[in-house]
Every structure is written in C-alpha cells, then in structure tokens.
Design a protein around this ligand. Sequence first.
Ligand code: ZN
Length: 242
Amino acid sequence: MKNLVISDIHANFEALQTVLKSAGDYDSIWCLGDIVGYGPDPNGCIDLLKSLHNLTCIRGNHDVAIIGDMDTKLFNHDARSSIDWQRSQISSENLEYLMNLPEKVNFQNCILVHGSPRYPIWEYVLDPFVARANFDHFKEDYCFIGHSHHALICRWDPVKEKMDWNSQVNGHYHKMAPRMILNPGSVGQPRDNDPRASFGIFDDELMKWEVSRVEYPVHITQKRIADLNLPEKNGQRLAGGW
Ligand code: ZN
C-alpha cells in the first residue's frame, strides 16, 4: 500500500488541495496534526480532509488549542491571534471533529504522533539527541512525526548503536530499515526556506519513503490572510518558507 503522509496543514487550503492532487496514486492518507492554526481556511481544510477515504488523523498542538484544551499563552502572539480568530470561525461539527482526534495511532509496525512519541503534542524533534531519547519511547519500527515543519529521516541502529540524521531528504527514495523517525515536512507552512508544500509517500510493500515538494498558489493564501486581517507575518512567511 502507498500511504500519503501529510502534516501541519495550518488552515492553508490551497496547499492542501495542491498536495492531494499532485501526490499521484495512494491508498490511504495519514495526517499528523495541526490541521488548523495560522492560516485562513480552518473549516475548508477540515471539510476537505473529512471527505477523503482511508484517512487516519491525529491531533497537534494547534488543534488542541482551538478546542480549548490548552492555554494559548504558550503560543507566540501571531499564532495566538490566529487561534482566537479560528475559534470564532470554526463550525460546531468541525470543532467536534478536532475534539475526537486521538493523540497517537499505532499500526502494526508504525506509530503516528504530532510532536514526539515521548510528548506527542508538544516536543520538537530537532536534533539527534532528542531523537535518540525518543527511540526509547516507542516499540514499533517506524515513527511518523510532524510539528517541526522540517522533513527528516532519522535512523537508529541498535546493534551498531549508530544514529543517522538526514534532513536533506527531498526528491529521493529512501529505503526503510528499522528503526526510524520520519517527518514529511509541512503542507501549509514549510520552514526550511523552501516555500513549496511538502509531503511524504510511504510504500509499505517496497518499504520506501519519499518526500516531495510541490508549488501551490501562495498568493491566493496570502490574499485570503490579508482580506481577513490575520497577522501580516502569517502571509509573508509563506513566500519565503520560514
Ligand atoms: Zn505546526
């Protein structure tokens, strides 16, 4: 089966729609949280996800903030004001959808979490030390994460006690081998200076992982942000990928 793996959509409908159209054939979709936050279209993104077949979705820190389960003082000013606006916009059905998202999902040899297996909602896996500690917090061969908005392939070889950390992963196939932490990057707000939407395909028969990037009409999302008087920075950063 080919599994499309996406994360950190952040209410960017244009980016989500473009990824779903350009990802080619896939049998299922795994969404690793942060559907909402920052962008102009929280309802549009949730409605689109809900219409998809074979979707497995978990919650991220912004989803938790919207449903009111988290103190938004933990967020920076622009993130917080977007969350406040989104709370006022979100439909009751979509709020309920977010409320019902699990914190983690385990498949046979995979686990899906937003941040890290140790702290699923909040922890960022941004360096090999944090990654190493987290390999002790899941039993499966593969752990899929989002949250950092940076694509990542990180492999821990327990026999050689060796860590491979690779954040330059775009556009190449990577052979999967136990045990790995994998991040597909962000659909709606990439932060690696590449504004193109990022997504991953996990082929669980050939055991291959590929992260791809696709251009989407950034200017449309920016215009929506400006028209809605959301923080200017939320639009500016999309053009630069930061
Ligand atoms: Zn995020």
